[in-house]
Design a protein. Structure first.
Length: 399
């Protein structure tokens, strides 16, 4: 049966539930199309999307530049592997390195965030000849074996049992906890510079600066998992190099989510020094660097640049900070740019999310029951943000 012949939401949901593993708790609607910050359901209802499909739709749904690039590329060539050179891949690599913080001059393409993190850890082990990796309590790095073993958030690590050995857990924000672990067996310190799923937790700039110093002193590589924070979400291209992060540039940045505007693609960005330790056939993936994904990367970066989305992110963040400041029940606004955690005085995030959904606004929760997460497209307007502020005011009045 095709989607066109399925008439109602009930029918779509029944079939999906019948034929798909029930691994996700789903919202009670089926999306059919999207434009900018809005999605439309099978019943013709419009929702304001402040979640972006897990932070993926950074350029908004159906950005014309991205759609045109994908259509054009699909007609020319969908895919060829890394066995051949490709103008589309050359362009995407050059553009990505072009927006990267200084010193990160080499890209490696893969297909997802977890895969980018696995490759980053492998590169660090190859570069240092050491095996262990320090990550942080509350960090999330993906669901494949090495990445889930690096994930010290809630139940996730246990889902990956038996875990990959050599993963050590430090306290986010505590340089002393890293100092105590970073001996000559440690290849890398890897962190989400803003811990998103943990409830949008940030550390003060001094923490990132101290991490950089410690890693340099002890011959350890610093890896930023920017799967969520990268590609403009924080109002600069990357958290790496930004003021909030004390200008610190890590040895490796990992990316996915926003990078392809919805076409699956992941990447590692690294230095000449690290690249010097990686030889032919050390890393690889069939689909990484494929033409459709590369066209999506170039078009995504172009769209963010051409539409001035980085400046927009900062302007809309400012608007939301002002709008939410006096709202009864809102204790704080965590995070930065379009990675925001609305912290409530009480653990009401799930109830508020449901209430906003009834008002046709999609938001996310987090592992902190007091924090509602916003990961909207970077093209969110202040008018759209104002709709959210008013809906949140009303949702908080619901009992
Ligand atoms: C910070 C971070 N790292 C890694 C991942 C894993 O990415 P993927 O689901 O593309 O494997 C995620 C996914 O949510 C993430 O938020």
């Amino acid at each position: 049966m095709t989607q066109e012949t399925m008439t109602s939401f009930e029918e779509i949901a029944a079939r999906e539930d019948e034929f798909q593993l029930a691994t996700y708790k789903k919202f009670p609607f089926a999306v059919e199309r999207g434009r900018g910050c809005w999605v439309e359901t099978s019943e013709g209802e419009r929702y304001l999307d402040l979640y972006g499909g897990h932070a993926v739709a950074a350029t908004g749904h159906g950005h014309p530049r991205v759609v045109a690039a994908l259509k054009g590329q699909a007609e020319r060539l969908l895919f060829y592997s890394n066995l051949v050179y490709s103008g589309v891949r050359a362009r995407a690599s050059e553009m990505l390195v072009g927006v990267a913080p200084e010193g990160l001059t080499k890209a490696f393409f893969c297909n997802s965030g977890t895969e980018a993190n696995e490759n980053a850890m492998r590169m660090a082990r190859m570069r240092t000849g050491r095996e262990r990796v320090i990550t942080f309590a509350g960090g999330f790095h993906g669901r494949t074996a090495d990445s889930i073993s690096a994930t010290f958030l809630g139940k996730y690590r246990d889902l990956g049992k038996p875990n990959v050995p050599g993963h050590l857990c430090a306290e986010f924000g505590s340089i002393e906890s890293v100092e105590a672990l970073a001996d000559e067996t440690v290849a890398a310190v890897m962190l989400e510079p803003v811990q998103s799923m943990a409830g949008v937790r940030m550390a003060p700039p001094e923490f990132y600066a101290a991490l950089r110093r410690l890693c340099d002193e002890r011959g350890v590589l610093l890896v930023y998992d920017e799967v969520q924070t990268g590609v403009g979400r924080t109002g600069s291209w990357f958290f790496a190099g930004s003021e909030a992060g004390a200008g610190v540039v890590p040895d490796i940045i990992t990316l996915a989510k926003a990078l392809g505007s919805g076409v699956p693609v992941g990447a590692c960005l690294t230095t000449e020094e690290v690249a010097g330790s990686i030889k032919e056939n050390d890393l690889g993936t069939t689909f990484g660097g494929g033409m459709l994904a590369m066209a999506a990367v170039s078009a995504t970066l172009e769209a963010i640049e051409a539409d001035g989305m980085l400046a927009n992110v900062l302007a809309v963040e400012g608007f939301l900070r002002d709008g939410l400041a006096g709202l009864p029940g809102v204790a704080a606004l965590r995070g930065l740019g379009m990675l925001l955690g609305v912290e409530f005085a009480e653990p009401v995030a799930a109830r508020v999310q449901k209430s906003l959904l009834e008002r046709r606004i999609i938001t996310g929760t987090s592992s902190d029951p007091r924090v509602l997460r916003l990961l909207p497209p970077l093209c969110l307007t202040t008018d759209e943000a104002a709709l959210f502020v008013e809906a949140l005011r009303a949702a908080l009045e619901d009992k």
